[in-house]
Design a protein around this ligand. Sequence first.
Ligand SMILES: Cc1ncc(COP(=O)(O)O)c(C=O)c1O
Length: 400
Amino acid sequence: MKREDFPILSNKNIIYFDNAATTLKPQCVIDAINDYYRYYTANIHRGVYDSSVLSDYLYDSTRFVVRDFIHCSSAKEIIFTSGTTHSINLMVFGFMKDYLDKGDEVLLSKSEHASNILPWIYLSKEIGIVLRFIPLSDNYSITYANFLSSITQNTKVVSLAHVTNVIGDVRDIRQIGSYCRKHNILFHVDGAQSVPHVPIDFIHDQIDFLSFSGHKMCGPTGVGVLVVRESLMERMKPVFWGGGMNKSFNSKMVYKLKDIPVRFEAGTPPIAEVLGLRSAILYLMEIGIKKIHNYELYLKRYLIEKLSQNPFITIYNKNSDSGILIFNVNGVSSMDVSKYLNTYHICVRSGSHCSKMLKEDLNEFSTVRVSLYFYNTIQEIDSLILALEKCHDIFKIVEY
Ligand SMILES: Cc1ncc(COP(=O)(O)O)c(C=O)c1O
């Protein structure tokens, strides 16, 4: 689907299966960034000349594009950040640090990415909040029953990935969001692996905070989004201070901040990257996220069917409903498998994939991860299977 839109696929002989790390970029995104640098480079919110006004318009109106894509109430709820990690840190240190008190509980899971665990660990050491982890089920996902049994009267925040980056399980965020809203619990969704792949609805899923990255959805690196419910954003404090976010300040140390969301975007923002993100979102909307998700599931089912026929391969997450699959070739390190696949120009990831707590349940520190996107094909999967079939024999020869 749409392979011809990706110059790297025609320029280089690669099979790219590392889409959970970052995705390839279509020509329209490359053009959007190039055009800004070639034809109308200017800083934003500062000049009155033509290129500055055009940059202002494109940057600011991208908030409307994001609003329509994830369906939140207002463009004011969109803060541009450098990526999911930045978004989560801004939420934790700009809002949660003041909102939470000693003894308050934050509910997470052990399959979260480092970015949705480490800021919370730091905050727990700083102000004494308690972190609790929803127990994982037999297939390493979370059930609604396990979620409910982890809630206590001290639970103030639930912070979960919509789709996890190793197991690839898709959480029922609508059910969780509805519970949280009814019980006055704030709900943060890490959308890094979901916003590019599955439909999400900020209003109907009753989300309070949503984080995601541009580079995992055909956009450039260096840009991401934090969506915050407007009433909560009004209570949030900036973490970064400087130009662009203030209305005035003086030697008496009196300052006035700009309105939301601009007060959270201190300094020169990633203008070219925001324009690239705009183009990426319009591109994905044209294809349709539902269509993308269904196609990924079709590819994944085929991949599982073929991999399952190989007795030397252990698959860990056959049941997850996303395009992420992790496995090992028995007796061979995941790093060796990915280096070996590289000799066939097949790009996969190996290791713990930034979710280091998961090994406490998975009993496997390191796996090979194939993560699919809409430009992957059945033929590419066949090439992977063929290479893996030879892989075990090669390593057996090396062992002896
Ligand atoms: C679930 C999840 N959360 C957060 C992140 C961090 O994203 P970024 O590195 O773009 O900040 C990732 C990246 O892989 C992820 O998969």
